[in-house]
Design a binder for this molecule. Structure first.
Ligand code: URA
Length: 212
């Protein structure tokens, strides 16, 4: 696993506003989009490209274009949906699939409740979106899901990670997958409820408001 922690004053500034419990949902959503765009720039550094012959108004030239098949962006519902806008603004030609996964709060097991993904992901560069890499359980399950469909090149884009989750990824992710993880920060630890400390709270609730 390859870990990229983005270190940049703009990221630190936006992240601090994001973490603040007094930041309202509309600002929170906007900041998530902005942070994801900055992360996506790093996360897409190794996208496959090929030559493309064009003519500028001045001269012919050989430029570059993204290869086929198109990259696959997979937000993990529900909180990952808040990252989709930022990702597709930077990568508008990507195809978008969905994975619905949630944590059973009593057992902390990961349950898959929805998916919409092509059966064959071989040769596709896949980008998993989930704001919080906490226990790592969701990401391990999601990467296995993609691996079963033939994906070999997976990049996880998270806003925050806990050391415990990163450790779990190192141990439990299918070794056939080339996994890259891009985060804005690695926090101190998980608390007894598996929340990231200091973190930002429940990302889904902060994006969309709490549903009882
Ligand atoms: N999921 C969240 O939304 N927040 C955490 O801190 C951990 C998991």
């Amino acid at each position: 696993m390859e870990l990229h922690v983005l270190e940049h004053p703009l990221i630190e500034h936006k992240l601090t506003v994001l973490r603040d419990k007094n930041t309202p949902s509309n600002t929170f959503r906007e900041l998530v989009s902005e942070l994801v765009m900055l992360e996506a720039y790093e996360a897409t550094r190794n996208l496959d490209i090929e030559d493309r012959q064009i003519e500028t108004p001045v001269a012919p030239m050989v430029g570059k274009k993204l290869c086929s098949p198109r990259p696959m962006v997979v937000p993990v519902l529900r909180a990952g949906l808040g990252m989709l806008d930022g990702m597709t603004r930077l990568l508008p030609t990507a195809e978008v699939g969905f994975l619905g996964m949630k944590r059973d709060e009593s057992t902390l097991d990961i349950v898959t409740y929805a998916n919409r993904l092509p059966e064959d992901l071989s040769g596709r560069q896949c980008f998993l979106l989930d704001p919080m890499l906490a226990t790592g359980g969701t990401l391990v399950a999601a990467t296995h899901y993609l691996a079963e469909r033939g994906a070999k090149d997976v990049t996880a884009i998270n806003i925050l990670a806990a050391p415990e989750g990163l450790e779990r990824l190192k141990q439990d992710v299918d070794p056939s997958i080339n996994l890259k993880v891009v985060v804005c920060a690695v926090d101190q630890k998980l608390n007894e409820h598996a929340y990231i400390v200091p973190g930002l709270g429940d990302a889904g609730d902060r994006l969309y408001g709490v549903i009882d």
